[in-house]
Design a protein around this ligand. Structure first.
Ligand code: TXA
Ligand code: MG
Length: 366
């Protein structure tokens, strides 16, 4: 497939390029576009055949529903059945922005976009290029523009790596602002429930709603239990090819990481290459102990950590190591989104004073 690439500057939007991409969407095409969180792969939310092409391009299971992106309030009433008073007031404050709300679906939205569910996830992205495209093309159903299971693209280049030859067009507008996806709240359940932590802190959403939001272990990214899960929460996510061990946060997490490096070297035998992903405060400790050290930013600035996270997970696979160990961050504000992604990306999560178990080997006491 021929993929057209458009470079559109955020501060100097070329209307001709937006119009061409809009025409591609209107004719049933699929287009990669930037948002303030991550890049999306979009099709008209009203065109089931076009939406199906997204699932094929991403290799995404058809039962995992998409988010419908809108650019104005009128479109909201086109895609949902009704908007509860409380939500109407909250979106006045939170939109445009990385807040996605689950409501009852309206009849116009293609069944393919919502995987036949009676609900639809909606958001208004805070990105001028995305808003212009949606103004022109109408509501756009879009998941993140990565091949299913890979880290979400936070640069136009990453979107091209995954989607060149798969999408009809790619808009490259440089690096995204947040680097993690939007926060998803289920407003059809009572009390409301966090489905996925993201770029907008759940504390802020709860404050604006004036209501408590339930945070389940699944929303924190812990391995799901046997019971049935919300669609989309059951799939492997964000995974680098390199096996990743996450060490849960505490103030002296770096000491535990050092122990884990030693254990990995013992059970892995000599010659195994180990990478550590750490903060700018702690990375120096691992020089000499690990083969590669990658820095995700300051642990005092979790916005920076979130922004670098997917980029680092993609970089990791080019470092030529056998295994990697990552330092957890505190689960506050954006830290909840970071830890959700890290838990899902890891093949093993280690807590303090726990038996260490390295896949394929015996359990080892530390
Ligand atoms: O920031 C974002 O949200 C990005 C940008 C492109 O907007 N989009 C994104 O989409 O992350 P995606 O498809 O990668 O993640 C959407 C999540 C999936 O886990 C999906 O299962 C869930 O939202 N979801 C969508 N519709 C749903 C529904 N009706 N019920 C339950 N979960 C739903
Ligand atoms: Mg995704």
């Amino acid at each position: 497939m021929l993929t057209r690439v458009y470079r559109i500057a955020v501060d100097n939007i070329d209307e001709g390029s937006v119009r061409e991409c809009c025409e591609i969407v209107s004719r049933g095409g699929i287009v990669v576009f930037p948002t303030e969180t991550v890049y999306g792969l979009g099709a008209s939310a009203y065109n089931g055949e076009a939406v199906k092409r997204i699932f094929i391009a991403k290799n995404r299971p058809m039962d995992n529903p998409l988010i419908v992106h809108i650019s104005n309030k009128k479109q909201l009433y086109e895609v949902v059945e009704e908007v509860p008073e409380k939500i109407a007031r909250a979106i006045d404050v939170l939109w445009p922005g990385p807040f996605t709300v689950l409501l009852r679906k309206g009849p116009r939205v293609a069944q393919e976009a919502t995987a036949n569910l009676p609900t639809v996830a909606v958001r208004m992205p805070a990105h001028p290029v995305a808003l212009r495209l949606i103004d022109c093309a109408g509501p756009i159903a879009a998941p993140s523009a990565n091949i299913s299971g890979r880290p979400s693209p936070t640069t136009g280049f990453h979107a091209m790596v995954d989607m060149f030859g798969r999408a009809d067009a790619i808009i490259d507008s440089g690096e995204t602002l947040y680097g993690v996806e939007s926060t998803i709240i289920d407003a059809t359940s009572k009390p409301m429930k966090l489905l996925r932590p993201g770029a907008m802190p759940v504390e802020k959403i709860a404050e604006v709603l004036g209501e408590e939001i339930i945070i389940t272990p699944e929303a924190r990214g812990y391995r799901e239990s046997e019971r049935a899960l919300a669609p989309g929460m059951k799939y492997k996510h964000y995974s680098p090819e390199t096996p990743l061990i996450l060490v849960e946060y505490r103030e002296d997490v770096e000491k535990m990481v050092e122990d884990v490096i030693r254990v990995v070297e013992e059970v892995g035998g000599t010659g195994k290459k180990v990478a550590v992903i750490a903060s700018s405060e702690t990375f120096h400790r691992y020089k000499g102990l690990a083969d590669k050290v990658l820095v995700y930013g300051s642990r005092k600035n979790v916005f920076e950590v979130a922004r670098n996270l997917f980029k680092i997970l993609r970089e990791l696979d080019r470092e030529g190591v056998d295994i990697a160990i990552v330092e957890g961050v505190e689960e506050k504000g954006l830290g909840l989104a970071v830890m959700n992604r890290l838990r899902k990306a890891s093949s093993k999560v280690v807590k303090y004073h726990q038996n260490l178990y390295i896949p394929g080997h015996n359990s080892i006491q530390t």
